[in-house]
Design a protein around this ligand. Structure first.
Ligand SMILES: Cc1cc2nc3c(=O)[nH]c(=O)nc-3n(C[C@H](O)[C@H](O)[C@H](O)COP(=O)(O)OP(=O)(O)OC[C@H]3O[C@@H](n4cnc5c(N)ncnc54)[C@H](O)[C@@H]3O)c2cc1C
Length: 477
């Protein structure tokens, strides 16, 4: 029987320090929601941990007194798991040390709260980079390793969780465990993309790769999804295209006007805005010296509609390309809107039909301000992490709908995106769970497939009291 203490804030302040332990009021509104802003919850307490020892203290305290814990990096996810409903919100953002950059062994060991941005700032001067980086660099290593970490290089290297060598984890029982493919591999398999359900990642040893200081970026445009996909297949499977280090795909509306459809989404009965959809594809090639790059070789055998532009820029600017957009979103207040983002990884063979159907029925204004549709082409062979399941086809088409919308559209849009999520799963897709998720027990079980029994066993072993991230995964019917 757990003894509920009367004053957890005072207790935790005593165990840590007064500055590290904040009431919900002291922590402020930003701790009540994640990037999605689809739910607002008030934590009992926010604890800013500085190191593994602090994390152990908090988890042991929570375990002793039966308090739920949600780990949090920068809360840039949208599934409401980096917030807490009356429990302990464990903020890792002050855990930012880099312990070692091994330039021979090509590894880096760091705290889980450091951002990929701060990490890249240290590795780039050494001409080294993590093999896969998220578009938004202002997120934590622990946060992306807990959801997957997708990026433009994943067609070559898999997700960020495929590029981790070792993790230090404080499990839900308060034990510090080192895990890797060789040691405690069950925990290693559970915490990578584990949504904070089994423990808190405190340190990570990740892979690095040699890189060059500059990139050339080819802005190609397609007016036909089939041609876009054929070229992606070609780029992913042709050995003579191995100079390409990034494939960044989008879907953009060319707004045509309104059409009659019966029931419209935002313009009332009968009409809907509609678009002619275009498909930009950015190819990224690295170089030290401009003459190294052979444009003809890069573009040979591709069937784009237009080659819009070619840019040469320092590697850092390319990696940090989202920053100007994030700044604009902040100035325009777009970052304060609800962001019910939904990404699904489709089997290649169903992608075109499904996406074209979605686009036919998607009024472009439903994406809201600066809303995006993203494509991540990848090969399933390069990713092998059980908590980040992929469709079984040779190629996988990541499809993300990322609206930034006013509050009054939230319910309607979320409902449609959840319907699309379910439909895509029926076609063999696997969801990327950083986004909105509305799964029942059967959907969770289906999502994880054969790995589900190991999840149940792991939860029992590493978080027997179910204090870690409660309410997200429906373990029982
Ligand atoms: C503008 C924008 C662009 C983005 N682009 C990409 C992209 O290109 N690719 C991509 O993959 N994602 C992208 N994302 C999503 C984002 O990278 C992920 O949601 C990431 O998890 C956020 O990191 P975070 O530090 O904010 O984690 P949080 O949102 O704080 O946490 C995410 C999850 O991890 C858990 N968690 C956090 N830290 C730990 C820890 N140390 N140990 C255990 N569990 C932990 C949390 O409880 C939660 O379940 C983008 C988000 C935004 C807002």
């Amino acid at each position: 029987m757990k003894t509920r203490t009367k004053d957890p804030i005072a207790d935790l302040r005593h165990l840590l320090s007064a500055e590290q332990v904040l009431t919900a009021e002291e922590a402020g509104k930003s701790y009540t929601h994640d990037w999605g802003k689809t739910q607002f919850l008030t934590p009992l307490v926010v604890v800013k941990c500085q190191d593994t020892e602090d994390v152990v203290t908090v988890v042991q305290y929570a375990s002793e007194h039966g308090f739920p814990i949600n780990p949090r990096g920068y809360a840039r996810s949208q599934n409401n798991s980096a917030i807490s409903d009356g429990g302990i919100l464990l903020d890792t953002s002050a855990m930012t040390q880099i312990y070692e950059i091994d330039t021979d062994g090509l590894t880096l060991t760091c705290d889980a709260g450091i951002t990929w941005h701060d990490l890249v700032e240290q590795t780039l001067p050494l001409d080294l980079l993590p093999p896969v980086l998220t578009t938004n660099l202002y997120v934590s290593v622990g946060g992306t390793l807990s959801v997957g970490g997708l990026g433009v290089a994943m067609f070559r290297h898999g997700a960020q969780v495929d590029n981790v060598i070792e993790l230090e984890v404080v499990t839900g029982t308060g034990d510090v465990v080192q895990c890797s493919a060789e040691a405690n591999s069950d925990l290693f398999n559970l915490v990578r993309a584990g949504l904070g359900q089994f423990g808190i990642i405190t340190k990570a040893k990740i892979k690095l790769r040699p890189c060059k200081p500059n990139v050339r970026k080819y802005f190609l445009l397609y007016d036909d999804l089939s041609a876009f996909m054929k070229d992606c297949e070609h780029l992913m499977s042709s050995p003579d295209k191995d100079m390409i280090v990034g494939l960044d795909g989008y879907c953009r509306p060319s707004l045509q006007g309104t059409k009659n459809v019966g029931e419209g989404l935002t313009l009332g009965e009968g009409v809907m805005t509609f678009a002619y959809w275009l498909y930009p594809l950015h190819l990224i090639v690295e170089y030290s010296d401009e003459d190294e790059v052979d444009d003809d070789a890069v573009l040979k055998d591709l069937n784009f509609y237009r080659h819009v532009y070619t840019d040469n820029l320092p590697q850092y600017e390319e990696l940090n390309r989202l920053k100007p957009l994030l700044d604009v979103m902040a100035v325009a207040g777009i970052d304060q809107l609800p962001h019910p983002w939904m990404e699904t990884m489709l089997p290649w063979n169903v992608s075109q039909l499904l996406i074209e159907q979605v686009l036919d029925n998607l009024p472009p204004n439903a994406l809201g301000a600066s809303g995006q549709i993203l494509f991540w082409p990848m090969s399933s062979a390069v990713s092998n992490v059980p908590m980040l399941p992929m469709p079984t086809t040779e190629f996988v088409f990541g499809f993300g709908i990322l609206p930034n919308i006013p509050e009054f559209l939230l319910e309607k849009i979320s409902e449609r995106l959840n319907t699309l999520s379910g439909f895509s799963m029926q076609l063999g897709a696997k969801r990327y769970l950083s986004g909105i998720v509305d799964f029942d027990h059967a959907a969770w079980k289906a999502h994880y497939g054969d790995f589900w029994p190991e999840i149940l066993e792991g939860k029992q072993k590493y978080d027997p009291q179910q204090i870690m991230g409660p309410g997200l995964i429906a373990y029982e019917e």
